[in-house]
Design a protein around this ligand. Structure first.
Ligand code: AMP
Length: 520
């Protein structure tokens, strides 16, 4: 088995079809497959062998889709890296994953040079920049010297294809190992569930990062020889609307925040979005109000996905048919759910003793299927905690209704989801507490109309010492990725604590969420 064969097959059957479009450049399936083969040969000639890992640190660009499939075909584990992270975090992921090579887009030439000393296991750094300085090797030079003929390496279904680094509650990332079997099962479920909405003439827009959902979402599209449109690195709502109209986009994946920004765009009415068949949203809660607005504006094309890096794209889905504007009270209630189990996927809710609970009872959401990861790379303890009794424990809390619709009520941990990005408070707290004026800090998510949640830090200062909100936010920016810095800071004398002296975050959160439910 090799998940890369999806592309090999698509190129055989649809050689002339447009595979990747980025601005004015376009490549056919023959050209795309040929470039992947060249890269697979080039990496092999550098000494990489099946089972090795390759870090991918790139903004959305055609080379990211090439590098992904070159890794699959050659049997390397691809390690996509969220480009919004801090260089310190790039270094952790690259080093921890034991990547032997890293491929970067030009924007990261400087960052990679900066962290070079912290990634000693890396033997080759390849950049999309032409004529790079020093140790860096030019991507196109490597391709130019390599053959276009390549036979996809036969892999065991349980071999690693993709290592997706999530954040842990301790602030330390964990690498979810996704196998060829996982990604194949993920692809099949799309065809099983998107009946009538996933054809052989798809045009898929990658508006979200390819290192996350949009990259995996490319697989069912590429297998059907869809055209993949790559937009800018930043999310410009009007530009996206323009691309949908001019390129006749049929499907795309987006975080709920992106959907909200699209429909709120003042220029929305100027564009014809009639080509859209499937707009997949997920990765964070979508408030029912926002959802019904989106349904009114985008028409009958919305599908909700609920999943996680450990069981990618997805566990449950709210289908096209479930997105009704004038349904029965029961149907309207289900707009606030994450839908029901995907084909071939089992979903349950368990109590603290791992006993399955009947409908209506709240507990931790668990799942089992061929989509569930093999475990966390080099982290047997976290693997054992998460994969227990044959189930993946999601860390999400919710309940199933009588008909199997899943209602997500809370994240069991204190994770914040802002604009579809998971943010773990501990890491931010670790940064803020280092400021000499800070005595205690707790970071929580508060309601935010645009981002779903915004990061709020609640700080108690050392008596007699002062610090401003701006000063503390700037202090954070020096240490962690900019998108994780608090949007605002409140100062109080003492943080609320329980009898064990632990800060009670729920109590803090209630002050900001008192007038609305925190979750969908
Ligand atoms: P990630 O591993 O980055 O994909 O994040 C997965 C987490 O995002 C899940 O465990 C949920 O807490 C949350 N999530 C994903 N999809 C949804 C959804 N449709 N509704 C609410 N929360 C979601």
């Amino acid at each position: 088995m090799n998940i890369g064969s999806l592309l090999t097959q698509a190129a055989l059957v649809f050689p002339e079809r447009a595979a990747i479009v980025c601005g004015e450049t376009q490549s056919s399936y023959t050209e795309y497959n040929g470039r992947c083969n060249r890269l697979a040969n080039a990496l092999a000639s550098l000494g990489l062998r099946p089972g090795d890992h390759v870090g991918l640190l790139m903004y959305n660009c055609p080379e990211m889709l090439e590098a992904m499939f070159a890794c699959f075909k050659a049997g390397f584990g691809a390690v996509p890296i969220n480009f919004r992270l801090h260089p310190k975090e790039f270094a952790f992921i690259i080093d921890h994953s034991e990547a032997r090579a890293v491929i970067v887009s030009p924007e990261f030439d400087a960052s990679i040079a900066e962290i070079r000393g912290r990634i000693p296991k890396v033997e080759h750094i390849i950049t999309v920049s032409p004529g790079p300085p020093g140790e860096l090797q030019a991507y196109d030079d490597l391709l130019a010297g390599a053959s276009e003929q390549f036979t996809d390496v036969n892999r065991s279904p349980d071999d690693i294809a993709w290592i997706f680094y999530t954040s842990g509650t301790t602030g330390q990332s964990k690498g979810a190992m996704l196998t060829h079997r996982n990604l194949m099962a993920m692809t099949w479920t799309f065809y099983a569930d998107m009946v009538g909405n996933f054809g052989t003439d798809e045009v898929d827009l990658h508006a979200a990062p390819l290192s996350h959902g949009s990259g995996l979402y490319a697989l069912p599209n590429i297998a059907r020889a869809a055209t993949n449109i790559i937009s800018d690195k930043s999310f410009d709502a009007e530009k996206i609307l323009q691309i949908i109209e001019t390129r006749q986009v049929t499907n795309f994946f987006a975080a709920p925040t992106m959907i909200k920004r699209l429909i709120d765009c003042p220029a929305f009415e100027r564009y014809d979005l009639g080509s859209l068949r499937a707009v997949m949203y997920g990765g964070a809660p979508m408030l029912v109000d926002d959802l019904t607005n989106a349904m009114k504006k985008l028409g009958p094309c919305l599908v909700q996905l609920y999943g996680q890096g450990e069981a990618p794209m997805t566990i449950t889905y709210l289908s096209h048919e479930d997105h009704v504007l004038d349904g029965t009270p029961e149907q309207m209630k289900r707009l606030g759910s994450a839908g029901y189990a995907r084909t071939g996927v089992e979903v349950g809710v368990v109590d603290a003793h791992d006993t399955l609970l009947p409908p209506g009872q709240m507990g931790e959401i668990v799942t089992r299927s061929d989509l569930v990861m093999k475990g966390y790379w080099n982290n047997p303890q976290a693997t054992a905690e998460t994969l227990r009794n044959g189930w993946l424990h999601t860390g999400d809390v919710g309940y199933l209704d009588e008909r199997g619709y899943l209602f997500l009520m809370d994240r069991s941990k204190d994770m914040i989801i802002s604009g579809g990005e998971n943010i773990y408070p501990r890491e931010i707290e670790e940064a803020i507490i280092q400021h000499p004026a800070v005595r205690e800090v707790a970071v929580i998510g508060i309601p935010d109309a645009e981002w779903g949640e915004a990061i709020k830090a609640v700080v108690a200062l050392v008596p007699g010492v002062s610090a401003t909100e701006e000063e503390l936010i700037d202090f954070c920016k020096e240490q962690i990725a900019s998108y994780k810095k608090p949007k605002s800071i409140d100062f109080i004398d003492e943080l609320p604590k329980n009898n064990y002296g632990k800060i009670v975050k729920r109590e803090l959160r209630d002050r900001y969420w008192s007038d609305r439910r925190r979750q969908v």
